[in-house]
Design a protein around this ligand. Structure first.
Ligand SMILES: [Zn+2]
Length: 427
């Protein structure tokens, strides 16, 4: 994996190889600035030649792929959607709970233009945060983004606005992509994956079924032919559970994809505001590049395949996964399994100068945990910490043996190697 390089005055230079970085550090010509992403600073140089470096983004609903390319440096970005969902559930409970009267707060019911739900805004902020951070680490000259997967106009609310599949805007390719996403690329009747899927009317047209997207699903060839013109209730009469699920899923609008598209446009606007040239690509183009060049599907590699592309070299390098972990919780207590409060969580974030999320190195001279442990620390008021290493959780390490190597910054970092056909065969 490439190493970010800064000059004496912290101006980004071209990233270098690990080998070169090691040499520079050994000779004392450079110092380590941060471990993740690994960055060094040259002590004896100001300025240097740089070449064009493109940052490409593939925004997804849970993971955003980021790739930095001339020689590829790949970074995966995960966001904390799950936790926000939990927080929203807490808020919901408040509304129905029998609490003392609270006067209505005024001016909180209209939403300004371009307003995004907190979970989506978070996704946008996190992505931009990393674009800014990477701009401080590498001399990025242009940005590239996968902007559309389907036709966004048609996606506004295809189920409700009744856009029709054959004559509406959501024709052909877009409808297919939309349905693939909505039905998770599986046959709705037998659950088969990795098979060619056909567009299928849930209520057959011969029985008055419409062409609306809410009446369409995907089925494998066998199921499609077996169903024929039967009404859905008859076809699935011996699978009531699947029938119920299918009917509710047919009505539910595609939340994730709609969310992705709303944030994608918002991201595009914000990227343009950085002042760097921004080019865009479509989902179809990304898929085409990936398949033509024989590149496996990961978020980061998808990002690298965004836009017009003739060749991609050295893509088979580990990916750095950045997971937004936050800087703490709002909860002041934990719940037992019946939902009652259990104990109190400590208010102080720091214990003996350490904070949960710091990366530490602990050298244990003796005892059952003897050895060197490097990882993310979870502090305890007692001063005996837990360290989550790459492989396991080491418990009860005294703060006296710990040393901070990188302060918590709200992100967790891990490496994912790429599994290719050759790698699998060799391994
Ligand atoms: Zn099937």
């Amino acid at each position: 994996m490439a190493v970010f390089v800064l000059d004496q005055q912290k101006t980004p230079l071209m990233p270098c190889s690990e080998k070169r970085a090691r040499l520079l550090l050994e000779r004392g010509r450079a110092v380590v600035v941060r471990l993740h992403p690994f960055t060094i600073r040259l002590k004896d140089r100001i300025g240097g030649e740089t070449q064009p470096l493109h940052l490409s983004l593939d925004p997804g609903s849970k993971t955003t792929g980021i790739a930095l390319a001339r020689n590829l440096e790949r970074i995966d970005l995960e966001t904390v959607r799950e936790r926000l969902t939990a927080r929203r559930a807490f808020r919901r409970r408040r509304r129905s709970k029998n609490l003392r009267h609270r006067a209505p707060r005024c001016h909180n019911r209209t939403k300004p233009q371009g307003w995004l739900a907190p979970s989506l805004r978070h996704r946008l902020d996190t992505t931009l945060n990393w674009v800014n951070r990477l701009q401080r680490l590498a001399p990025i000259t242009s940005l590239r983004q996968e902007l559309v997967r389907f036709d966004t106009q048609a996606l506004q609310n295809p189920e409700i606005s009744g856009v029709e599949y054959q004559q509406g805007e959501l024709a052909g390719y877009e409808a297919r992509e939309y349905l693939l996403e909505k039905w998770h690329r599986t046959c709705a009747y037998c659950g088969a994956t990795q098979v060619p899927l056909e567009i299928e009317h849930i209520q057959p047209k011969s029985r008055g079924g419409s062409d609306r997207v809410s009446n369409l699903t995907l089925a494998c060839r066998t199921c499609n032919q077996r169903k024929g013109r039967q009404p859905i209730e008859d076809f699935l009469s011996n699978q009531p559970e699947r029938l119920r699920r299918l009917q509710s899923q047919a009505k539910a609008p595609l939340r994730d994809a709609a969310a992705v598209n709303a944030t994608r446009w918002a991201l595009f606007e914000r990227l343009k505001a950085t002042g760097l040239p921004v080019s865009t690509g479509s989902g179809g183009q990304t898929k085409y590049n990936r398949q033509r060049l024989g590149i496996p599907k990961t978020h980061a590699l998808d990002a690298a395949c965004v836009g017009p592309l003739t060749a991609l070299h050295r893509w088979n390098i580990p990916t750095l996964t950045l997971q937004a972990t936050g800087r703490g919780r709002y909860q002041r207590t934990r719940l037992n399994r019946f939902g009652f409060p259990r104990g109190y969580l400590m208010r102080e974030k720091r214990v003996h100068g350490f904070q949960t999320g710091d990366r530490v190195i602990a050298e244990m001279p003796t005892g059952k945990n003897a050895g060197i442990h490097v990882g993310r620390v979870a502090v305890r008021a007692s001063g005996r910490f837990n360290i989550q290493t790459a492989t396991n959780l080491v418990q009860g390490i005294s703060h006296r043996h710990c040393r901070v190597v990188q302060r918590a910054d709200g992100y967790g970092y891990s490496f994912t190697p790429i599994q290719t056909e050759e790698a699998r065969q060799v391994g």
